[in-house]
Design a binder for this molecule. Structure first.
Ligand code: NAG
Ligand code: NAG
Ligand code: NAG
Ligand code: NAG
Ligand code: NAG
Ligand code: NAG
Ligand code: NAG
Ligand code: NAG
Length: 549
């Protein structure tokens, strides 16, 4: 239902639209070429071969200036792709495009030349055409030779077929130049060029000649910061291309049919791609300050008084101290120039431009600003010194966090550890004492000097401390090791009184419990008259049991 309704709606729109077109179209055939003596006035357009592009006069209502330009036929944004006279506007709609007798393509008004679009080409057989790709060309008809083409003189926009780059042989350099402001196409502060930086091709934005932004090196059919242009989420999937031949290096792009592809260097120094509703920005920040290391902004030495994180924010309102305003009424400066001027002057706390986007108004002083909640006051760029996001302050915050959280954690952790350890040691000691009590509860321990049948005295068994065993065997050193028995290693040792002993460390894994140990000990003590070695006693440490001979 919905799609049917949509279709009907579109059908009605189409009928209405085509109807008005029929009424408005002049009865004369579309103009597709011009020869010397022909004129194109304000109400006429030159159609491209195939009809995709148009060339004609247009005005910018905010300034009431007139320009000659090229645009996509049917582009809802009506974006101007190329302008013949960006720096020489016409002040009224009486401009005419003509080719004079020297073969020069020019704009006249009131019988006088306003601007020569081409140099004098000195041919009577030149013919101007808007080719199917949107290039305005001037050709020598008899020699079938291109004399001049608009693609060699880009303004602020690149569209499919145009080149951004250079030809070392011809010294041709195709670069884009931003508009001065959103209403003034005159050359602004920024240029976009293709340059080789450290052996890699990059797109470079310069502000008044100084490198301002770089796209990253060309790889995998793209520039890292322009990947949004062919991202699958973008409606227009641009196909980027870099051609590098001997003396010829250029960047180009194309896009699927049915769209109005363009790449514009806007007056703020940002690359804007797209058309209709989807616009893709290559530079997300409004300005580059020189401390960013992402987004392609080139790092720069900061002025002494500026720090990392300082930035300009657009705010509606007024500076309280109005006595500190300076104006620079230079019609060739733009927002980007004013930003630089303010950023580099320590006393500057804010700036703006005049209403048409040229000239600078600069505020100095304490920077106290009264925000106008209604938003009706002209917006100004106000310096915001973000103290909390300042690098040094950040460090301090981290140090405070460490002191406030980590240190108490460490201390309490240490206390817990000590308590647990002490308890563990106490428990071990208790267990050892219990062992010893158990052991000494046996017969042979009780009856010291127990008499055997043959009347020989049985040595009383002693319990030695672990430290004693350690000292006797030099910490169970491998040199003292005599061998490895079935139940564990045997070490040679020496008592402080000089007696030589052997210490058998019963392996922990032997699984011998207290009862077995006790029995073994008593058994050995009882039968030792047949042995050469006598059991002197035992030693118990944690889980370990030792026999000392
Ligand atoms: C423009 O030129 C056409 C054809 O020569 C003419 O009919 C029309 O009146 C002219 N328009 C203006 C505004 O001069
Ligand atoms: C239009 O402006 C030009 C200068 O750009 C001037 O020479 C001409 O007289 C003006 N024409 C009208 C009708 O105002
Ligand atoms: C002019 O030259 C172009 C290529 O440069 C060619 O395609 C075209 O056919 C030529 N036209 C004539 C009339 O020779
Ligand atoms: C670059 O210049 C050379 C020499 O004029 C020319 O042969 C070549 O076609 C040019 N390349 C481009 C892309 O214009
Ligand atoms: C082209 O122009 C840009 C900007 O004006 C400049 O930085 C660059 O060096 C030029 N390239 C060549 C090859 O001349
Ligand atoms: C190159 O780009 C394509 C799509 O744009 C992506 O699928 C692929 O992973 C990329 N390759 C590398 C090596 O980055
Ligand atoms: C106006 O500004 C431009 C761009 O910043 C500069 O090149 C020019 O010298 C300035 N003109 C004057 C008169 O200050
Ligand atoms: C913009 O405004 C300034 C002053 O308000 C003026 O001097 C300048 O000529 C204007 N520029 C254009 C292109 O209208």
């Amino acid at each position: 239902m919905k799609s049917l309704a949509n279709s009907i709606f579109i059908l009605i729109l189409t009928l209405l639209f085509s109807h008005t077109r029929i009424i408005n179209l002049p009865s004369v055939a579309a103009i597709t070429s011009m020869k010397p003596g022909d004129e194109l006035n304000h109400s006429q357009v030159l159609d491209s071969e195939g009809g995709k592009f148009k060339l004609g006069f247009f005005s910018i209502s905010q300034t009431n200036n007139y320009y000659l330009g090229i645009w996509y036929a049917g582009d809802p944004q009506d974006k101007k792709l190329w302008i013949a006279n960006p720096n020489t506007p016409l002040l009224n709609n009486s401009g005419l495009l003509t080719i004079d007798t020297t073969g020069t393509l020019k704009i006249t008004s009131g019988g006088k030349t306003v601007v020569n679009i081409t140099p004098p080409l000195l041919t009577r057989s030149s013919i101007a055409r808007l080719q199917g790709s949107g290039i305005l060309v001037l050709q020598d008809e008899t020699q079938n030779r291109t004399l001049w083409q608009s693609f060699d003189h880009p303004t602020d926009t690149l569209f499919p077929g145009m080149k951004l780059g250079y030809n070392l042989t011809t010294k041709q350099n195709w670069t884009l130049t931003s508009w001065l402001s959103s209403y003034i196409p005159a050359s602004g502060a920024f240029t976009l060029s293709l340059e080789s930086i450290q052996g890699a091709f990059q797109l470079v934005i310069r502000r008044r000649g100084e490198v301002y932004w770089i796209s990253g090196a060309w790889r995998n059919q793209s520039f890292p910061l322009l990947t949004a242009l062919h991202d699958s989420s973008n409606r227009y999937q641009y196909n980027l291309n870099l051609v590098s031949e001997k003396d010829d290096v250029f960047f180009q792009f194309d896009a699927p049919d049915g769209s109005f592809p363009s790449l514009e260097l806007n007056f703020n120094g940002a690359i804007v791609g797209g058309g209709e509703d989807s616009r893709v920005y290559a530079l997300y920040n409004e300005f580059c300050y020189g401390y960013e290391s992402h987004d392609g902004c080139v790092s720069n030495q900061l002025p002494e008084c500026r720090k990392d994180g300082d930035k300009f924010k657009q705010k509606s309102g007024d500076f309280i101290d109005r006595s500190t305003t300076n104006s620079y009424d230079n019609a060739s400066t733009s927002l980007g120039d004013c930003m630089k001027r303010c950023w580099e002057h320590c006393s500057c706390v804010g700036f703006t431009t005049t209403s048409n986007g040229t000239g600078c108004i600069i505020w100095n002083g304490n920077g106290e600003f009264q925000v106008d909640e209604s938003g009706n006051t002209v917006k100004k760029y106000v310096l915001v010194s973000s103290k909390s996001s300042n690098g040094k302050q950040k460090k301090w915050i981290w140090i405070v966090i460490v002191v406030a959280i980590v240190v108490p954690m460490l201390i309490s952790g240490f206390i817990c550890y000590s308590i647990v350890r002490r308890r563990k040691l106490q428990a071990e000691k208790r267990r050892e004492e219990e062992y010893i009590r158990e052991l000494t509860a046996s017969d042979s321990f009780n009856d010291t000097n127990m008499k055997e049948k043959d009347g020989r005295e049985v040595q009383d068994l002693k319990i030695f401390s672990f430290g004693f065993a350690l000292a006797a065997t030099s910490n169970f050193s491998s040199e003292n090791k005599l061998g490895e028995g079935g139940f564990g290693p045997v070490y040679k040792g020496k008592f402080p009184d000089g007696r030589e002993v052997a210490v058998k460390r019963l392996s922990r894994t032997s699984g011998q419990g207290l009862v077995e140990f006790k029995n073994e000990l008593i058994l050995i003590a009882k039968v030792q008259h047949t042995n050469l070695v006598r059991v002197l006693g035992c030693c118990i440490h944690e889980d370990e049991k030792m026999l000392i001979y």
